[in-house]
Design a protein around this ligand. Structure first.
Ligand code: NI
Length: 251
């Protein structure tokens, strides 16, 4: 299994990171995409990847980092990538949930990161919250863009449209929640060949750990839930989503 979206560099893990990684290995989670989202966390992802083989680092500027200085932050990202090996651009995207102050800046920053992903032939990791239409309208303008809709929270109908643009749909802890009707519909109807699995840890822990700290080894609960919903065995879900992740991130 591969956790395709993890923030194991966060302070929540500073006292037991070695144990967290061991639990991954014990549960057959052998690769982790370690996702940066700011100047500080992009650097942390690099440091952790140098120390632990299990990590594949990314770099991006998250919409919540976006403000009037977004161009400078993008230039900084470009410079950073020149000197550091990364496996994807992101996470980046649009988030209108908490703060709509910088909607235009968020859109511009996303476009810059899309162009960078194409230029460097890297996949892009998209964070999208309460911004489905604007995200779709931007992504559809780019040919040759490939990537993942991380912890996808949009509709099943729109999931099919993102797939047509060349994106995978990634499901995380919410698919295990009782009330997550749309995520369960997506798990049932979207072909396994277009799905990825992730944790987004330390956030969004799956059942039976909902509300607690999430960690990368818990991606197995996402895998098991998808198997249960699709009524297939979990080994198949593991094998195919692992292949999808290897193809997308070229690992
Ligand atoms: Ni994230």
């Amino acid at each position: 299994m591969i956790d395709t979206h993890s923030h194991l560099f966060e302070d929540e893990f500073k006292d037991d990171i070695d144990e967290c990684i061991q639990r991954c290995k014990d549960n057959n989670v052998n690769k982790i995409i370690l996702v940066g989202f700011s100047k500080e966390t992009n650097l942390k992802a690099q440091e952790y990847a140098k120390k632990y083989d299990i990590f594949y680092p990314t770099a991006g500027v998250h919409p919540e980092e976006c403000d009037l200085e977004y161009k400078d932050k993008f230039i900084e990202l470009e410079e950073f990538i020149k000197n550091n090996k990364i496996y994807a651009i992101g996470e980046c995207g649009l988030d209108y949930h908490w703060d709509k102050t910088y909607i235009n800046e968020q859109k511009e920053l996303l476009k810059l990161q899309c162009e960078l992903a194409i230029k460097l032939d890297l996949p892009i990791i998209i964070h999208m919250r309460d911004a489905t239409k604007d995200t779709y309208d931007i992504l559809k303008e780019y040919k040759n863009l490939r990537g993942v809709m991380h912890c996808y929270s949009g509709s099943y109908e729109m999931a099919k449209e993102f797939i047509k643009l060349g994106f995978y749909i990634s499901l995380g802890g919410p698919v295990t929640f009782k009330n997550a009707k749309e995520a369960k519909l997506i798990a049932k109807e979207i072909p396994l060949e277009k799905l990825l699995i992730e944790t987004d840890c330390p956030f969004l822990a799956p059942e039976p750990f909902r509300g607690k700290r999430n960690e990368s080894s818990y991606v197995k609960y996402v895998c098991e839930k998808i198997a249960e919903i699709k009524e297939i065995d979990k080994k198949t879900v593991d094998e195919i989503t692992t292949k999808n992740a290897k193809d997308l991130f070229r690992i």
